[in-house]
Design a protein around this ligand. Structure first.
Ligand code: HEM
Length: 759
């Protein structure tokens, strides 16, 4: 009998020993730890440990079939002679090919492209005043979570940097069962009623006749639909803003979107909106960058999340709640049940009640990230639903869709989906059932099984739905309190900084310029006029169109039971709405540069002292500095020191970094000045308003680029820094401090309007 675990390979050297080798196997180890396991088990939480029995690791193991039979030859199929036909008998070939043929499952209908990580949630203090949910009671308890971020419209292989909403789905593995907060990075949604969701998704997905365009809303069918759906206008403002092109998943907010309920131990219900506030602040890229990143690194967000966690820069968000007492349900100008509305933070402050930390990457993308199944209907005692008609429809949709995507009602048995809370019920059998239920009883009530598993009283933790009183006619209708579609769209727009507003204008010009049907563009201009006349006329100018005086009605084709179509048209905008500063990314905290990526442009002859002083200063602040050289391998510094390049100018581009530094060293700078890619690198960084620093001769590279026209640089060549993110001089403390402060600002928008850069 062969031992099951024998050491065949020298670990870490990736050496390959064909089965014909005469090398004697080292039988001393049963199962060695792998070199490439990125995690130690020190901080594994309960869910991560629960996944352990399902993990497989082939290191130091023999190759086997799925039945555990060791395979002697994985290179050749069984044939009638070396040149003869393959034999049907070859069960090893058949098993391998059959499994391969069935490797794919359908991608998600929406949110197909995503990335995920494990972590934990910890409450800051007991939230008992609002909710009886156990995971919100004890600040010493760490609740395991699995969080998946996603884009909505694109397929699994599409770019991360599409202009789109981002999904922000959190699965809490609580002691009372799984709670899924399946939200987005925008606090509102396109539609008010679930019955419109298939229409919305059909409109935004690639057009059905030619499957174009991929992962983009800039096409006729999307804007045709939107232009007929005034309820979408608030969401359109968000999607046309830079929120739709985040710098990183780690730097975006999350929202539960719908109004939910929190239920306390006395059964008192309060309305709640959930928020995730990123501790790194909220930051985005520019549309020009997003398009370029999509070509240079379509995995930009996925890679960013993975690398940050591997490097120990664990992303963190605070969980915030806006709580509204039941008695205040109707005190707002909008309806709390309308998912196209937010509650301005200035009206109801966000209380931060705990922190989410992501500290471990998945071991296997398919097993975890692809097979995880979220559902807004997965809730725990202490949390309940409101009657938001979009939420109500979602409560049906998610289990239903898992049945076709994951293919079985037993998808909850997939390791990543299993709760850590014990699970006992009388559901049985089905495709790929894994649980071996013991005993004769699979029904309730029963006496044979002693009545077990038995129902849980509320004070044993049993879930009791909130007893909302409903006294109504059964109607297919929408509440008139949902008809103000423009005021909050305006609220968003007027709350943005001048730069942010300009980006909304540019995005609308871009998207609507891609729309071929003139009437669709016209309809959109009329909607924009309702939101803000300045916005509408700027967009119209970009489109080279006049704004029509009025819209052809009716919009939003619902035919009210009373037949009064006009009464169901959108209400006029409330021009008196006050701005909400909390809605502007310009007001996000800009305190540090943790996990920011800084490009250092260098060639042979670089001033090594300059380079390492800056590198150390940046790394001390938690940023990462990467050396980018004309070629891979090492470059030789002025002092003879060898410096390893992280990227070559061929593989790296400014759009993949947050800032650029050019160290001194005359020979290095002369070489870089002759590299078109190096000049382009600096030009692009300047165009995208990123911090740029140069020391000593490094300034010459800036002089050779468009940055030469920057006022500070044009004036003097000595030590200087300005408040526009251009820092030049010697590597002394001030330069590094100024550079760090400039990077923390994320972007220096004042440069944007001045610079007409050919990059
Ligand atoms: C009636 C409206 C909606 C319907 C019918 C719907 C349906 C779906 C479906 C079918 C999926 C794919 C699920 C899967 O295969 O695992 C999905 C995913 C998702 N939906 Fe919705 N959705 C709706 C509205 C929303 C809204 C308003 C939000 C945000 C609050 C949202 C957030 C998400 C997220 C984050 C995912 C991805 C979950 C993951 O990462 O696996 N959806 N939705």
């Amino acid at each position: 009998m062969l031992p099951r675990s024998i050491c065949l390979a020298a670990r870490g050297k990736h050496r390959y020993f064909p089965s014909s080798t005469n090398r004697k196997p080292d039988m001393s180890k049963q199962k060695a730890p792998t070199d490439n396991t990125p995690h130690d088990n020190a901080n594994d939480n309960a869910k991560v440990q629960a996944l352990e029995p399902f993990r497989e690791d082939g290191t130091d193991q023999l190759l086997t079939t799925n039945q555990g039979l060791p395979i002697n030859d994985n290179q050749n199929s069984l044939k009638a002679g070396p040149r003869g036909p393959s034999l049907l008998e070859d069960f090893i070939l058949r098993e391998k090919i059959t499994h391969f043929d069935h490797e794919r499952i359908p991608e998600r209908i929406v949110h197909a492209r995503g990335a995920a990580a494990h972590g934990y949630f910890q409450a800051y203090a007991s939230a008992a005043a609002f909710s009886r949910a156990k995971f919100l009671q004890d600040p010493s308890v760490q609740t395991p979570v699995f969080v998946r971020f996603s884009t909505v419209a694109g397929s699994r292989g599409s770019t991360d940097l599409a202009r789109d909403v981002r999904g922000f789905a959190v699965k809490f593995y609580t002691e009372e069962g799984n709670f899924d907060l399946v939200g987005n990075n925008m606090p509102v949604f396109f539609i008010q009623d679930a019955i419109k969701f298939p229409d919305l998704v059909h409109a935004v997905k690639p057009e059905p006749h030619n499957e174009i365009p991929q992962a983009a809303s800039a096409h006729d069918t999307f804007w045709d639909f939107i232009s007929l759906m005034p309820e979408s206008m608030h969401m359109i403002m968000w999607v046309m803003s830079d929120r739709a092109i985040p710098r990183s998943y780690r730097m975006m907010e999350g929202f539960g979107v719908h109004t939910f309920r929190l239920i306390d131990a006395q059964g008192v219900s309060r309305f709640v909106k959930f928020h995730w506030k990123p501790l790194l602040g909220i930051h985005s890229v520019l549309w020009d960058e997003a398009q370029k990143i999509s070509g240079k690194d379509a995995d930009f967000h996925r890679r960013d999340l993975w690398e940050a966690i591997e490097a120990g820069g664990f992303p963190e968000w605070e969980l915030g709640i806006q709580v509204v007492e039941e008695k205040d349900e109707h005190k707002f100008d909008f309806d709390l049940l309308d998912p196209t509305k937010l509650i301005p933070e200035e009206l109801v402050p966000v209380q931060r009640i705990g922190k989410l930390t992501l500290d471990r990457n998945p071991d296997n993308f398919f097993a975890e990230t692809e097979q995880v199944a979220f559902h807004p209907g997965h809730i725990v005692p202490g949390i309940d639903f409101s009657s938001d008609p979009l939420l109500q429809g979602r409560l049906f949709s998610y289990t239903d869709t898992q049945l076709s995507r994951l293919g079985s009602p037993n998808f909850h048995e997939i390791p990543i989906n299993r709760p850590i809370a014990p699970l006992h019920n009388n559901q049985r059998d089905g495709h790929m059932r894994q649980t071996i239920n013991k005993g004769r009883v699979s029904y309730e009530p029963n006496s044979i099984g002693g009545g077990c598993p038995m129902q849980a009283k509320a004070d044993w933790g049993g879930f009791v739905s909130y007893a909302e009183r409903i006294d109504a006619h059964k109607v297919r209708a929408r509440s008139a309190s949902f008809f103000d579609h423009y005021t909050q769209a305006r609220l968003f727009y007027i709350s943005q900084s001048a730069t942010e507003q300009d980006h909304v204008v540019q995005a609308l010009r871009f998207e609507l310029s891609m729309v071929k049907i003139r009437e669709v563009r016209e309809r959109m201009l009329v909607h924009l006029t309702q939101i803000d006349t300045g916005l509408a006329s700027k967009v119209a100018e970009g489109l080279g169109m006049k704004i029509p005086n009025k819209l052809d009605k009716p919009l939003n084709m619902s035919i009210p039971a009373d037949g009064d179509v006009e009464a169901h048209q959108p209400k006029p905008v409330n021009l008196k709405v006050n701005p909400s500063p909390a809605l502007s990314m310009a007001n996000t905290p800009k305190e540090g540069i943790k996990t920011r990526k800084i490009a250092v442009l260098a060639a042979d002859g670089v001033d090594g002292a300059d380079l390492s002083a800056m590198q150390q200063a940046l790394e001390k602040e938690g940023a990462q500095a990467f050396v980018i050289a004309p070629h891979m391998g090492s470059i030789t510094a002025e002092n003879g020191e060898a410096i390893e390049a992280d990227f070559s100018l061929l593989t790296a581009a400014s759009v993949m970094f947050d800032a650029v530094y050019v160290p001194g060293g005359a020979e290095s700078v002369t070489a870089l000045t002759q590299e078109a890619n190096a000049i382009h690198f600096v030009n692009e960084a300047y165009k995208h308003c990123k911090a740029i620093a140069a020391t000593g001769a490094g300034v010459d590279l800036l002089q050779a680029s468009y940055v030469a026209q920057h006022p500070t640089l044009a004036k003097q060549n000595g030590k200087t820094s300005d408040n526009e993110g251009i820092i030049i001089g010697q590597t002394d403390k001030n330069i590094t401090t100024d550079f760090i402060q400039a990077i923390a600002q994320h972007r220096h928008w004042s440069r944007e309007t001045k610079a007409k850069i050919p990059a």
